[in-house]
Design a protein around this ligand. Structure first.
Ligand code: URP
Ligand code: ZN
Ligand code: ZN
Length: 476
């Protein structure tokens, strides 16, 4: 199957140009000057399909490097399966995800990983890779980490939060980081001081402050800043490369910035919720159906931050200055009915997470429309850097000969309204209800196969393949 995309503006992390893109089978074969003439032949006449992208952007498929399909959490499990979540990703122009396989205290890393392969195999609409959560750092899990690179898993996540669930203490973090320095595995860190959060949360609950808003009060920015600093210093001591996930506090960004200026291999990711939504939005959210429990829709960790403290503004700025290098979703959806409502009487029991895998490309494009980031930076933050960061460069994140034929045709004159009534994620609500985007994902191609075209879904479950990843390109 040969596909030729003509008349579009091809956008990369470094520039834009009028060019035609030829996809042969699963691979990009050529990026050509407009006119589609190759060695004297009119290409358009010799391919199976021609897509006219006049007036539209032609970009590399999005890579969401932080998702949690079917994650067991808080007595329930994230509501998107690999099938539903990756199909929703495709609808939104994301053609690769990296999900988190889970190991907990007393479990074998190999078993956790095998379980994740079993959940995903044959189910996915788009290509998928894994990071490994090490929720129990001990001699066995440290030894097992030696084998991860061979499995194509070149990053692992530790938690400074969630005592009794995924939490690692400083001694465990130190040991795992020593392993990271030794193997080249990238240490991903959930940087919040969990024990301190639990004390504050308990004190709030005792004062009958149990509504969703108090989730964010307990998870104070000081505890994100402190944990980020501690992770940076442990990384400094051990030589481990560090990637801090879901950064929401401006003070945490400042920690990352000085560490980077100091020459450390330290990276940061933020998520659309920290760019658009605030603690005040959560406090003000009251509905007929849920009352003030409406705010549970936005319970996630790290939490939404106060608009008045300037976190959102600082985060957009950090995206421009490269103090933050990537935007992922931390897609971890839970329905209100039967899931979030487990915490109806106590915010501590609300499963943490927001579902956004379908909307990341659109939400970040809106940052282009409002002048927060450039078109090129949009592509860099959502596709090119994730590929480089997580060992997929050359295959993903670029439109160049030899790369996978993962291409999105984006219409800047289109319009998207986000709603639970129309989204494809397995959720009974949307954290983005009513959001308007001045752009639209028109066509989504994954390894040469058109998955989404003009509002129709043409893909099938099992189209996606496991991505064996290499080491991060930023560490070589
Ligand atoms: O609220 C969140 N972020 N849920 C998913 C688990 C995590 O910490 O990433
Ligand atoms: Zn986390
Ligand atoms: Zn997460």
């Amino acid at each position: 199957m040969k596909t030729l995309i003509i008349n579009g503006t091809v956008v990369s992390a470094t520039g834009r140009s009028q060019a035609d893109v030829l996809i042969d089978g699963e691979t990009i074969a050529a990026v050509l000057a407009p006119g589609s003439v190759l060695l004297g032949h009119d290409l358009a006449a010799s391919v199976d399909r021609v897509i006219d992208a006049r007036g539209k952007y032609v970009i590399p498929g999005g890579i969401d490097a932080h998702t949690h399909m079917e994650l067991p959490f808080g007595g329930t499990a994230a509501s998107d399966t690999f099938e539903t979540g990756t199909r929703a990703a495709a609808w939104g122009g994301t053609t690769s995800i990296i999900d988190f396989a889970v190991q907990r205290t007393g479990e074998r890393v190999q078993d956790g990983l095998a379980a994740w392969h079993e959940k995903a195999a044959g189910e996915c609409a788009v290509d998928y890779g894994f990071h490994q959560i090490i929720g129990g750092v001990d001699d066995a899990s440290l030894a097992a980490m030696d084998t991860l690179v061979d499995e194509g898993i070149t990053s692992f996540k530790l938690f400074m939060a969630y005592p009794g669930v995924f939490y690692s203490d400083d001694a465990q973090i130190l040991k795992a980081m020593q392993k990271s320095a030794e193997t080249g595995l990238l240490t991903m860190m959930h940087a919040e001081n969990g024990p301190a959060i639990d004390v504050l949360a308990e004190q709030l609950a005792k004062q009958a402050k149990t509504s969703p808003y108090f989730h964010g009060v307990a998870r104070a920015w000081q505890l994100e800043e402190e944990a980020t600093h501690r992770a940076i210093m442990l990384g400094n001591l051990t030589g481990a490369p560090l990637y801090v996930v879901h950064v929401s506090a401006k003070q945490a960004v400042e920690q990352l910035a000085w560490a980077r200026d100091d020459g450390q291999n330290v990276f940061g990711e933020t998520c659309p919720q920290y760019l658009y939504l605030s603690l005040e939005d959560q406090l003000g959210a009251v509905s007929e159906e849920w009352g003030e429990f409406e705010g549970a829709k936005w319970v996630c960790s790290t939490p939404l931050r106060s608009k008045h403290e300037g976190h959102q503004h600082h985060m957009w700025q950090a995206l421009r200055t490269n103090d933050i290098q990537m935007v992922s979703t931390d897609h971890c959806p839970f329905c209100m009915k039967g899931q979030k409502e487990l915490g109806a009487n106590d915010f501590r029991a609300i499963p943490n997470g927001i579902g956004s895998v379908e909307h990341r490309m659109d939400l970040m494009y809106q940052g282009v429309v409002t002048g927060q980031i450039s078109l090129e930076r949009w592509v860099e933050l959502t596709s090119t850097t994730p590929a480089r960061m997580f060992g997929l460069h050359g295959r993903k994140g670029v439109i160049q000969p030899g790369a996978d034929g993962d291409v999105v045709i984006y219409d800047p004159n289109g319009r998207t309204t986000i709603s639970a009534a129309t989204h494809h994620m397995n959720m009974d609500h949307s954290a983005w209800e009513g959001f308007q985007i001045d752009g639209h994902v028109d066509t989504v191609i994954s390894r040469g196969k058109v998955l989404v075209d003009d509002g129709a879904y043409l893909g099938r479950k099992g189209d996606g393949r496991y991505l064996k990843r290499g080491l991060s390109q930023y560490l070589i």
